[in-house]
Design a protein around this ligand. Structure first.
Ligand SMILES: NC(=O)c1ccc[n+]([C@@H]2O[C@H](COP(=O)([O-])OP(=O)(O)OC[C@H]3O[C@@H](n4cnc5c(N)ncnc54)[C@H](OP(=O)(O)O)[C@@H]3O)[C@@H](O)[C@H]2O)c1
Length: 266
């Protein structure tokens, strides 16, 4: 990285919500490579969710760092409270909170069922606030950092992507929390990702015509996002407050997309 003192992350503790797969998994491993111990949150106590979180924990331990998998549904305040208690019992400290978990239906706004709307808000808006509220005592004690994971849906139209409105709200939260928590020694920023070929991308491509045709060079890897998350937690980012950094391999910068257009003609 070249910006963090070698020992800065050593023995510090990061929690990644939704750390069992995709961008969350890459972020958990990036923190471990930097020297931190990592709490891998996932949503369900059994099945594939648990198995994947445990696999990430093993990969963290192979990197020589300690890890803890914690099943907690971030949409439930009591569940988040229990997770933070588990973190407190485990290491007694928390330095980095990465708000990565997301769950949402892919459909047009006018077709959303009431329960889907509630899930959208409860997971992607309220869930992140529950995490901040419950983690705050530990983060205040360590002078910790919060990094949210947003997406380009916060600022551009995507078909069947109601999560975009939650990401827009998230980016407003980043500005708000940066001011209110900054006074208490906690720094807050976000990374806004472009297109990342994770499990959620596999679902999204069923709803977005042409998504497959986006050239590989305009997609971004989970690791590229994860590196920026770790950077935002490092001393090199000490001057960055309340910002959302776009990491999209230049996708949002391109109005002109020749390769994409050629494919459509063919
Ligand atoms: N993929 C993209 O193109 C892209 C682009 C920009 C930003 N993003 C953002 O990056 C983040 C990660 O995306 P991804 O594509 O890596 O997602 P993903 O592969 O769908 O993984 C989602 C993760 O969130 C967890 N999760 C979902 N609901 C949860 C809940 N209520 N409580 C706790 N954990 C929960 C899942 O846990 P289980 O394993 O237990 O289900 C899983 O670990 C999201 O915020 C997404 O919006 C994605």
């Amino acid at each position: 990285m070249g910006v963090a003192e070698d020992s800065f992350f050593t023995d510090k503790v990061a929690i990644i919500t939704g750390g069992s797969r995709g961008i969350g998994r890459a972020t958990a491993l990036a923190f471990a490579k930097a020297g931190a111990d990592v709490v891998v949150n996932h949503s369900k106590p059994e099945g594939g969710s648990k198995k994947k979180a445990e696999e990430v924990c093993r990969a963290i331990e192979d990197l020589g760092r300690a890890s803890l998998a914690v099943a907690a549904d971030i949409a439930l305040k009591a569940s988040v409270g229990e997770m933070m208690e588990a973190v407190s019992r485990w290491r007694g400290r928390l330095d980095f909170l990465v708000l990565n978990a997301a769950r949402a239906p892919f459909k047009p706004i006018e077709k959303l069922l009431e329960r889907e709307m509630r899930q959208l808000v409860e997971t992607n808006y309220m869930g992140n606030i529950f995490c901040i509220q419950k983690a705050l005592p530990l983060l205040e004690a360590s002078g910790g950092k919060i990094v949210f994971i947003s997406s380009l849906g916060s600022r551009f139209y995507n078909p069947s992507y109601p999560l975009g409105s939650m990401k827009a709200a998230m980016e407003a939260l980043v500005r708000d929390c940066s001011e209110t928590l900054g006074e208490r020694g906690v720094s807050v920023n976000a990374v806004c990702g472009g297109i990342v070929r994770t499990d959620s991308f596999k679902t999204l491509r069923q709803y977005m015509e042409d998504l497959e045709n986006i050239p590989e060079e305009l997609c971004v890897s989970p690791e590229a996002l994860a590196d920026v998350v770790v950077f935002l937690c490092s001393p090199g980012a000490r001057g960055i407050r309340g910002q959302t950094v776009v990491v999209d391999n230049g996708l949002a910068n391109r109005l002109y997309r020749p390769a994409w257009a050629k494919k459509n003609r063919g």
